[in-house]
Ligand binder design. Structure first.
Ligand SMILES: [Zn+2]
Length: 570
């Protein structure tokens, strides 16, 4: 039995995430976790909310809440919506946990002990009226390059120039619009990534089976040369800056930057899990305490790859301690909304809560895995969504399950029929199925989510083609034994489907399994088509379930386009 540690990129705390976030990290991680559990492997899948930083502080202030209370509420929202989507986290933690505070402070200590952290003086914009230093993007003004106003302090959206907020003309605070700003000197800790350049390159070189997207991003940053990164900020909400357990002199009003503490939360979330359940976190993360045989797989969108191939490894490698490092970093391109991007701030696209108001989770899970943005960006459109859902789920999978079970109820008293011997048609089906099962299993082992969905769909099609060709309703008129063989084979296909769809559409898997008298469709099938299609014992009662998937009508598409927008925004 293999041991597989799975993490998906931490969603930021402020607000329900859109379907693009789900498609590019949490959902594929869940499909993979469910598949590996079904394979009989020991899996630990952790995720968490990323809670620190200026956006959380400002969102809490806008909501009139203390930031801790705001995060409590938002964390619960995200946890519940994730559960409603069937995300099977073993633990959904919080980067604001005591575990993460202690671990972040520990890493800073050991990195400094190894000469990898030093204090430097920065010049930053201070807003006198807001009583705070402003992060670059919270200073706005006129672009010194093109004259556009407002330009953000980090970048001008009009001409694309990368800016320093100090260079903005007539700057003001994006928090309060106050122009009462001044440049102040402030001390910060820097992580000396330049000293780790060669070690990190050697680490990436050693991960030969990283996907091309992951490697290209990692090497781009390495080739450009790593830079030393500030890992503290002048903020209240975050992990306090300490040295050997005591407040660090001069840093009493500073915290570690989210960029530093968020990935450490993968480990801390495992500690949270261990503290809550009695589990052993160290055997997942410490190679000197049993994690040597763990395979660690990370899931994320491409915007997070640099942090996970350079920054987080810098923390782990620089510590000199035997921490488990990522073995497979599965990265995704963007799921776009028509021609443009989903946008949390612009409220463009469908968000996770609204999605569940209009359709069951499995419909979304299927669409988002069948269109996983793996080799390139993919685009959501209502029309493509309607076509795919109706064809795959209603016409192919749903229709097969209902057709064979209804026929069994009306013609075979609702039990798996006995009698007859499989013939040539079944022999061909066994062979075709064996090949497809190997294909599907291989794609999921390789974390090729989209190809996996295609192979699964091909197996449903195989079942439909068999049933159409074998035509039990015709056979029944002349040869009851022949009809019994076909129906028995069809019911075995239903039972097989229940196990195969479980990673993708787990809620439907449960309904389908129960229809053929199976309670726990947890184990992945063998690759032997014959064995899988002769498994159900004759005489077992079966029941046709209600229609599995309602077709999406043109009127639905019109209503949703009206509610959520569509092509006109693209
Ligand atoms: Zn400009």
């Amino acid at each position: 039995m293999a041991r597989i540690l799975i993490t998906s990129a931490l969603p930021y705390i402020n607000g329900i995430k859109h379907l693009g976030n789900l498609a590019g990290s949490m959902l594929p991680a869940d499909v993979y976790a469910r598949f590996q559990r079904a394979r009989g492997n020991e899996v630990l899948y952790v995720c968490a909310t990323d809670e620190h930083g200026t956006p959380a502080e400002l969102a809490a202030a806008a909501a009139g809440q203390e930031v801790r209370a705001y995060c409590d509420e938002q964390h619960a929202l995200q946890r519940d919506i994730g559960a409603a989507f069937g995300l099977s986290w073993d633990w959904f933690g919080r980067s604001s946990s005591p575990e993460n505070r202690a671990l972040t402070q520990h890493f800073a200590d050991v990195l400094e002990d190894h000469g990898l952290i030093e204090e430097r003086t920065d010049r930053m914009i201070y807003s006198i009226d807001d009583k705070r230093f402003l992060p670059d993007r919270y200073v706005e003004g006129t672009c010194p390059v093109c004259g556009h106003r407002p330009a953000r302090g980090d970048q001008c959206d009009n001409c694309g120039s990368l800016l320093d907020p100090i260079d903005l003309i007539e700057p003001y605070s994006a928090v309060s619009a106050s122009t009462n700003l001044e440049v102040r000197e402030t001390r910060h800790l820097y992580l000396l990534q330049t000293k780790l350049q060669e070690k990190i390159r050697a680490f990436i070189d050693s991960r030969t089976d990283f996907p091309a997207l992951t490697k290209s991003i990692a090497y781009k940053h390495l080739d450009e040369g790593l830079i030393d990164r500030g890992i503290t900020r002048d903020l209240v909400w975050g992990v306090p800056v300490t040295r050997r357990g005591a407040p660090r002199p001069g840093f009493e009003s500073k915290v570690f930057y989210v960029w530093f503490d968020a990935p450490i939360e993968y480990i801390a979330a495992t500690q949270e899990w261990a503290n809550a359940t009695g589990g052993d976190w160290a055997r997942w993360w410490r190679e000197d305490q049993g994690a040597g045989d763990v395979r660690y797989v990370e899931f994320m969108g491409k915007d997070n790859v640099a942090f996970h191939t350079v920054s987080f490894p810098a923390t782990l490698i620089g510590s000199g301690e035997p921490w488990k490092r990522v073995d497979m970093l599965k990265s995704f391109n963007w799921l776009n909304w028509y021609g443009g991007k989903f946008s949390t701030s612009g409220k463009r696209g469908v968000f996770m809560d609204a999605a569940l108001e209009i359709l069951p989770a499995d419909v979304w899970r299927w669409y988002l895995t069948a269109n996983a943005p793996e080799s390139s960006d993919s685009a959501f459109t209502w029309e493509q969504f309607q076509t795919l859902v109706n064809k795959d789920l209603a016409d192919v999978l749903g229709n097969f399950v209902n057709r064979i079970l209804k026929f069994t109820e009306t013609r075979f008293d609702g039990v798996v029929p006995e009698g007859g011997e499989p013939g040539d048609l079944e022999a061909r089906l066994y062979a075709d199925l064996s090949a497809k099962l190997a294909e599907l299993t291989g794609h999921l082992e390789a974390i090729e989510i989209r190809k996996g969905a295609q192979a699964l769909r091909a197996i449903w099609v195989l079942g439909n083609e068999y049933l159409t060709e074998a035509a039990p309703w015709t056979a029944l008129k002349s040869d009851r034994d022949r009809a019994a063989v076909i129906v028995r084979t069809g019911l075995n296909l239903v039972a097989l489907f229940a196990r195969l769809i479980q990673p993708f559409i787990p809620f439907t898997a449960k309904v389908v399994a129960e229809a053929v008298g199976e309670t726990a469709p947890t184990l992945w099938p063998s690759l032997d088509g014959r064995a899988e299609l002769t498994r159900l014992e004759p005489g077992r009662p079966v029941t046709a379930p209600p229609v599995l998937f309602k077709k999406i009508e043109d009127a639905d598409v019109a209503a949703w386009t009206e509610r959520f927008g569509g092509a006109e925004q693209g």
